[in-house]
Design a protein around this ligand. Structure first.
Ligand SMILES: Cc1cc2nc3c(=O)[nH]c(=O)nc-3n(C[C@H](O)[C@H](O)[C@H](O)COP(=O)(O)OP(=O)(O)OC[C@H]3O[C@@H](n4cnc5c(N)ncnc54)[C@H](O)[C@@H]3O)c2cc1C
Length: 819
């Protein structure tokens, strides 16, 4: 075995081998893979080999698309047959909501170029003659379907072998029966891996260890939020009806899914494979895979399977006529949100994760492609936030992950509503005023482990969401919250914000090199700033306030805590001139906004709040009520007159009561995240993570005013300069969508010109209750960005007319903010 390599990949499942393959195809040949047993010995060998292109996520959809395209050409490249059966995938629907889900998905598919068809019940029957359309007895009627003609299934072991051949042909080495048992940093900053075959030192390590992710993580001191769940499929004997159909000239049937019965069904040698996602499937190996497990399987659990078998037999009666040959029950890695962990490990240099894959056969190609790009080029080519390992934080401990993974598994086939909030492992992280908010009718959602009020049910209204792709029960109440914030005064609890203090003699210069805007030089000034990637894409967004000489308060999105801490931490200068403190959980945050917000706050503080003493976009340290050391920032994300109060967390209850007492005469009330969404889109405020991602530069986001090209160097500056030279390829617009009666845009809708050519993508959308307009925001080619330009947007399969509005259509001159 080699003793040194540029990269060592740990784990020889399909994901590890794909990573190795792509590293070599990016030109790195000094790469090694070590596998404790033999290739595919983990979950890969027993996977059913389905390759569904369907995925609601813009990111994951792109990874899957890449995989399918790659797998089709692998045989020609490597000579290894991968048994790709391009049967197509058919998903049937038995409700309008399910069809809405498919139509919502079609928007995403269009934006990433995945071919699909929405088909009628008659076409479903033509594609799948052995299926009953239902509508009688206890079998629901099929109302339509979603068909992907170009995907199908593959042989996972053959696929792995083809990737192996492709990697070895370009210089990679693979060592089987070689287990990594310990890791350590060398004084030179490399990684030394101890294996059962000796030691190997490397620059980069990739962990692709599937069900072993927990114990791999422990070697590095990481708590990786990936724990497997039991997953079963049934292999049937030969089916007489299927045999007759095929012998009669019928083509191989598409892989069929009936999500409302939570199963998939595909042909297997004139018999069937039936794979359900059952309720009650337990998480396994939360403390690591025991040594006895090896390449084994669990016993099949027929009781869990029976309801799905019965449902499938009603839909495909031929199933009842063939016996069960085998039940395969294996561990399938899961994460709390069901997406994989692809990207850098937090807190450690050059440690990369490609873990937590539950659709690993489908994802391996794309996951290897993007991770290799990240390692070799320093950046992934697409926005990977949805799979970035740092989207989870320390809250994702063992019990949380077990509970959430079991919930995610049993919900694989439920309808993925845009306003869906799942109940398990909640409440976990709460603001100190959580119980008060609940008492006020809060309907909570969970983000980054935090409970956040989405909206407030008034007295007499049930505090419960009725999830939908259309306007639903919370619409009207959110509208009232919006109006309160524009007409009187409202409070939003934004305690989950990520909060850092950056201080030291080198703080200002260091921050200035990190972000595109000029870091404030005067105490009390504040700047919205973006940390860019080397390619100029938006990586992070920070509101930076100068608290004092050499001391800055840096606020970013609540869900970005680990993601941003990791950036700041990894970029700290080694000379100790900058100190970084993460104070997220020691400060709470209330937004007090609306035309009466000054009157309310003035009763609680002696700090003058008039424009001269406290202008917009400045901050002061103040006493508010009995709370001391409150960072009072005159800024907010709803675009009304207002302040954010960032206070020592122990004052949360006091401040909350004080604000409501002082605000009673002004009609103060709470508002939730959905009102904030609506209000911020009326102001064209871009949201980090959806509107602002590494796929677009701040110039494309039309945030030119937050970029200071002449201030000196900063990360991404060269890329922006090149873009300015060549021409900015996209521009950000706010659109009014016409003719909407109940389905507003939600984000991820394609935009078209008059000739039907795709010219952009909406990244967010909602109804603007104060403007009384259905709104979408997103990117278009620059020739479509002029105010008044007409474009079309596809919402749930329907094309609607839309007009480009002025940026910030509510109060474009920011008069309210300056009032
Ligand atoms: C019943 C079942 C059916 C499935 N069907 C499908 C399907 O149809 N389509 C689909 O896309 N997905 C399917 N999956 C999921 C799929 O099997 C996995 O997502 C995929 O195999 C994961 O691949 P991997 O490389 O991440 O992990 P694995 O295949 O588990 O590979 C990890 C490897 O790491 C090795 N390893 C661990 N620790 C060490 C160490 N310390 N040193 C060296 N080596 C180590 C292990 O031995 C193992 O070989 C199914 C899963 C199950 C259980």
């Amino acid at each position: 075995m080699k003793t040194h390599a540029r990269v060592v990949v740990i784990g020889g499942g399909v994901v590890g081998v794909s990573t190795l393959y792509h590293l070599t195809h990016k030109g790195w040949s000094d790469v090694v893979l070590v596998e404790r047993a033999e290739l595919t010995a983990g979950s890969t060998w027993h996977a059913a080999g389905l390759l569904p292109l369907f995925n609601m996520s813009y990111t994951v959809g792109q990874l899957h698309k890449y995989s399918v395209d790659l797998y089709k050409r692998l045989q020609a490249e490597t000579g290894q047959d991968v048994s790709f059966h391009a049967t197509g995938n058919l998903r049937i629907a038995t409700s309008r909501d399910r069809m809405d889900e498919y139509r919502k998905y079609c928007g995403t598919a269009n934006t990433i170029g995945v071919p699909f068809e929405i088909i009628s019940p008659k076409q479903v029957k033509e594609l799948w003659p052995l299926l009953e359309l239902g509508g009688t007895g206890d079998t629901a009627a099929i109302v339509g379907g979603l068909y992907h003609p170009q995907d199908g299934h593959i042989a996972p072991a053959d696929l792995t072998m083809a990737l192996r051949k492709g990697a070895r042909a370009k210089g990679a080495e693979i060592y089987e029966q070689t287990e990594v048992t310990a890791v350590a940093r060398t004084p030179a900053g490399e990684w030394k891996l101890t294996t059962t075959k000796g030691e190997i030192t490397c620059e980069h390590v990739v962990c692709a260890t599937g069900n072993y992710a927990r114990q791999t993580g422990r070697m590095f001191g990481l708590e990786i939020p990936a724990i497997p769940v039991e997953h079963q499929y049934i292999v049937y004997e030969e089916s007489p009806e299927l045999k007759a159909y095929r012998q009669g000239g019928g083509r191989e049937l598409a892989v069929m899914r009936e999500p409302d019965q939570s199963y998939y069904l595909r042909e297997e040698r004139l018999g069937w494979i039936l794979g359900p996602y059952e309720a009650g499937a337990p998480a396994r190996f939360a403390d690591g895979v025991p040594s006895w497990f090896g390449k084994s399987l669990f016993d099949g659990d027929l009781d869990r399977l029976v309801p799905h078998i019965e449902g499938a037999q009603r839909r495909v009666p031929a199933l009842a006529n063939c016996g069960i040959k085998d039940i395969v029950n294996g561990p399938i890695s899961y994460t709390p949100d069901g997406s994989a962990l692809i990207g850098p490990a937090w807190g450690l240099p050059n440690v990369w994760l490609n873990e937590g894959h539950s659709f690993g056969i489908t994802a391996a190609g794309g996951a290897g492609w993007q991770l290799a790009e990240w390692i070799v080029e320093g950046e992934p080519g697409i926005d990977l936030l949805a799979v970035d390992p740092r989207r989870f934080g320390a809250y994702a401990g063992k019990r949380y992950v077990v509970t959430k993974n079991e919930e995610t598994y049993r919900n694989v086939f439920t309808i993925h509503y845009p306003d869906e909030e799942r109940p398990d492992a909640r409440p976990a992280k709460t603001s100190p005023v959580y119980d008060r908010l609940k008492h006020m009718g809060a309907v909570f959602g969970q983000r980054y482990g935090w409970e956040r009020a989405n909206w407030f049910a008034p007295t007499g209204v049930e505090a419960k969401d009725d999830w939908s792709f259309r306007r639903t029960n919370w619409f009207e109440h959110v509208g009232n919250e919006c109006r309160r914030l524009r007409e009187r005064v409202g409070v939003i609890d934004l305690t989950p914000f990520t909060k850092h203090v950056v201080e030291g003699p080198g703080a200002e210069a260091w921050l200035d090199g990190l972000v595109a805007n000029k870091v404030p030089t005067k105490t009390g000034r504040m700047a919205l700033s973006h940390a860019l990637t080397k390619r100029g894409g938006i990586r992070s967004e920070f509101t930076i306030t100068k608290l004092d000489e050499g001391r800055f308060y840096v606020v970013s999105a609540g869900a970005a805590e680990r993601y941003d801490t990791d950036l700041l931490h990894k970029r700290l200068p080694p000379d100790g001139s900058v100190r970084l403190s993460n104070i997220t959980t020691s400060r709470g945050c209330f937004v007090v906004a609306g035309p009466r917000s000054r009157d309310v706050l003035a009763k609680l503080t002696d700090t003058p709040l008039d424009n001269a003493a406290f202008p917009w976009l400045t901050g002061q340290i103040a006493e508010v009520g009995l709370a001391t050391d409150v960072y009072l920032l005159r800024v907010n994300f709803v675009g009304s007159l207002g302040w954010e109060l960032h206070f020592p967390i122990e004052y949360a209850r006091h401040l909350f009561v004080a604000l409501f007492t002082a605000g009673a005469e002004h009609g103060i009330g709470m508002a939730g995240m959905r009102a904030m969404e609506s209000l911020r889109m009326e102001k064209s405020y871009r949201m980090w993570g959806s509107d602002l991602t590494r796929e677009n530069t701040p110039l494309e986001a039309s945030l030119d005013r937050f970029v200071r090209m002449n201030k000196g160097d900063f990360t991404g500056r060269a890329a922006l300069a090149a873009q300015l030279e060549k021409g900015v390829p996209n521009r950000f617009v706010t659109l009014e969508v016409h003719g909407v009666t109940d389905a507003d845009p939600l984000g991820n809708e394609p935009l078209f010109d008059a000739k039907g050519r795709m010219i952009g993508r909406a990244t967010s959308g909602i109804y603007g209750h104060v403007l009384k307009k259905s709104l979408a925001i997103g990117y278009v080619k620059p020739e479509f960005c002029e105010v008044g330009t007409r474009v079309a947007i596809e919402i749930l399969g329907e094309r609607k007319e839309a007009t480009v509005l002025v940026d910030s259509p509510y109060d474009p001159g920011n008069q309210d903010l300056r009032a």
